[in-house]
Design a protein around this ligand. Structure first.
Ligand code: SIN
Length: 185
């Protein structure tokens, strides 16, 4: 019997899904989302803060001059429904699944799904001075741990792959210059 061919399904990760993926995946490749920037503009009521004292986590914001480096995971289509059920739960605080166009290292395009928290969603916090965002991150805690651990985990994952994100590194620098990629570079 000939097995049905299933089209590959790719998931683009740009935040905690880079450094804490907890789903079945068959492959991963570095990928870049042109026209998007990673920003700590989304509130976290359920992971890195509480409804009374939300933390801040990343989302992608449209930015014509921006580019966001992340990881594209090829998902295991045999367990796709279960994977998305778990991810939808993990990303339930204002994120929606959307399609995104990526560029691979060799310049080839890749269409993927990503979890994006759009402006105006119920947990949206929006822009603020980086010193203020850093203070909020330094003081927030939630069921998944401290907001600072989220920032550090992300910063380390970016540096480990040789990626620069001035927003993320500036926030680290505000909190502790010894953490910061800006100081190391
Ligand atoms: C992602 O990592 O791609 C989404 C945002 C997050 O869970 O931190």
């Amino acid at each position: 019997m000939v097995e049905a061919q299933t089209a590959p399904v790719w998931l683009f990760a740009y935040g905690s899904l880079i450094w804490r993926p907890d789903f079945d995946r068959l492959a991963e490749v570095p990928a870049r989302a042109m026209g998007w920037s990673r920003r700590f503009w989304q509130g976290s009521h359920d992971h890195r803060g509480t409804p009374e004292a939300p933390g801040r986590v990343v989302t992608l914001v449209a930015d014509p001059d921006g580019a966001c480096d992340g990881v594209a995971y090829r998902l295991d289509t045999l367990v796709l429904a279960a994977t998305f059920t778990a991810l939808d739960h993990r990303e339930k605080n204002g994120y929606e699944r959307v399609d995104i166009d990526l560029e691979l290292v060799d310049g080839k395009p890749l269409r993927a799904i990503t979890y994006l928290a759009a402006p105006g969603n119920f947990a949206w916090l929006g822009p603020a001075p980086e010193a203020q965002i850093a203070r909020q991150i330094a003081s927030s805690h939630g069921p998944s741990g401290s907001n600072l651990d989220y920032l550090i985990g992300l910063g380390e994952a970016l540096r480990a792959r040789g990626w620069v994100d001035n927003h993320v590194f500036a926030l680290e620098n505000e909190i502790d210059p010894t953490l910061s990629g800006q100081r190391r570079r």
